[in-house]
Ligand binder design. Structure first.
Ligand code: NAD
Ligand code: TYD
Length: 350
């Protein structure tokens, strides 16, 4: 029996991965380890929390001794590592938190894994989930490939790049069976409203200003979160050890066009007069060191493992908006309290 440790399973992407793994791998136990930071939310997993093959462990990956005990207690055979500090703007305010979790936390996890597995790597896997931001920033043309040189430019992407390097170091030095994937920007249900798409949906619903950084001309390559979870499952079951796979949707949007599309879709769904929400768009001070463009070439994953995205962008956005409209309680819970302080600090700068 496989005992799969998923870290960060109470977060946005992790919760979709936990759900998909429970559906897909019937004879396994899923152990979801999460520190429940501001981004971790057990409400994301209410529908599966009583599943007989599911266990939640409240733990921080910065605590190596506790990780050692957890590996023994649950006889961990596979790791899917998503736990991270994930927001670029927060990394600019508090870079050390990103070093703690993304770098030290990842090395702790690698070390606990190596100690527990010893040199018996049969039917074992350490899967590290990473981001395309490690490759840096593109100009108007070109794509990120698996062999694009790393060039991280924010504290977030630098910490993720560092964690990727450590994962490869454990593969080359100790033979730890690893695989890494680097994915483009995700969106979908349960997305925490500090990131562009859910923040804009929340603000449109509350008729609040829509803060677009700079001139809104930065480009991101968007992928529906359930397609990312499917890609992770595909790589988990069929990926080659030691390999890296890029994941992306070939779906590039400037921020301003994307925000306008969101305005149009929400106005349609709410029966608002056309153009009403667009009036809320407000250009604000640009993010420091703002990467211009990300764009993933995911042909290796398609050609070698057969994964392709399932959803067109407008359909994915429409499903996402519907989810937010029918989960207002979720949205209220995550935007009360601390979120208000965060929002005031980040967006009410003079
Ligand atoms: P998220 O911020 O929504 O969730 C992160 C989760 O990790 C939360 O549940 C949080 O409680 C947990 N966590 C944070 N610090 C922890 C610690 N020290 N110990 C244990 N748990 C801790 O993040 P997400 O958007 O779901 O991203 C998940 C992973 O995917 C990250 O590794 C991120 O770098 C990567 N990724 C994200 C995107 C994206 O667009 N969101 C794209 C590519 C890759
Ligand atoms: P974000 O969702 O934070 O993802 P990332 O920075 O990891 O790509 O931001 C996506 C893009 O949207 C990025 O170019 C920054 C921009 N942005 C805004 O214009 N306004 C906002 O309030 C936020 C959060 C992001």
């Amino acid at each position: 029996m496989k005992n799969i440790l998923i870290t960060g399973g109470a977060g946005f992407i992790g919760s979709h991965v936990v759900r998909l793994f429970l559906e897909t791998y019937k004879d396994t136990r899923i152990i979801n380890l999460d520190a429940l930071t501001y981004a971790g939310n057990l409400e994301n997993l209410r529908d599966i929390e009583d599943h007989p093959n599911y266990t939640f462990v409240h733990q921080d990956i910065t605590d190596l001794n506790s990780l050692r005990k957890i590996f023994k207690e649950y006889e961990i055979s596979h790791v899917v590592h998503l736990a991270a500090e994930s927001h670029v703007d927060r990394s600019i305010e508090e870079p050390l938190a990103f070093v703690e979790t993304n770098v030290i936390g990842t090395v702790n996890l690698l070390q606990a894994t190596k100690e527990y597995w010893g040199d018996n790597f049969e039917d074992k896997l350490f899967y590290h989930v990473s981001t395309d931001e490690v490759y840096g920033s593109l100009n108007e043309t070109g794509f990120f490939y698996e062999d694009t040189a790393y060039d991280p430019r924010s504290p977030y992407s630098a910490s993720k790049a560092s964690s990727d390097h450590f994962v490869r170091a454990y593969y080359h030095t100790y033979g730890l069976p690893i695989v890494i994937s680097n994915c483009s920007n995700n969106y979908g249900p349960n997305h925490f409203p500090e990131k562009l798409i859910p923040l804009m949906i929340n603000n449109i619903l509350h008729k609040k200003p829509l803060p677009v950084y700079g001139e809104g001309l930065n480009v991101r390559d968007w992928l529906f979160v359930k397609d990312h979870a499917r890609a992770i499952s595909t790589i988990f079951s069929k990926g080659k050890l030691g390999e890296t796979y890029n994941i992306g949707g070939h779906n590039e949007w400037t921020n301003i066009d994307l925000v306008k599309l969101l305005c149009r879709l929400v106005d349609q769904k709410m029966g608002n007069p056309g153009g009403q929400s667009e009036e809320l768009i407000t250009f604000v001070k640009d993010r420091a060191g703002h990467d211009l463009r990300y764009a993933i070439d995911a042909s290796k994953l398609k050609d070698e493992l057969g994964w392709v995205p399932s959803l067109q962008f407008e359909e994915g956005l429409s499903q996402t908006i519907d989810w937010f409209l029918s989960n207002k309680e979720w949205l209220e819970h995550v935007t009360s309290g601390e979120y208000q302080k965060y929002y005031a600090k980040m967006y009410n700068k003079s």
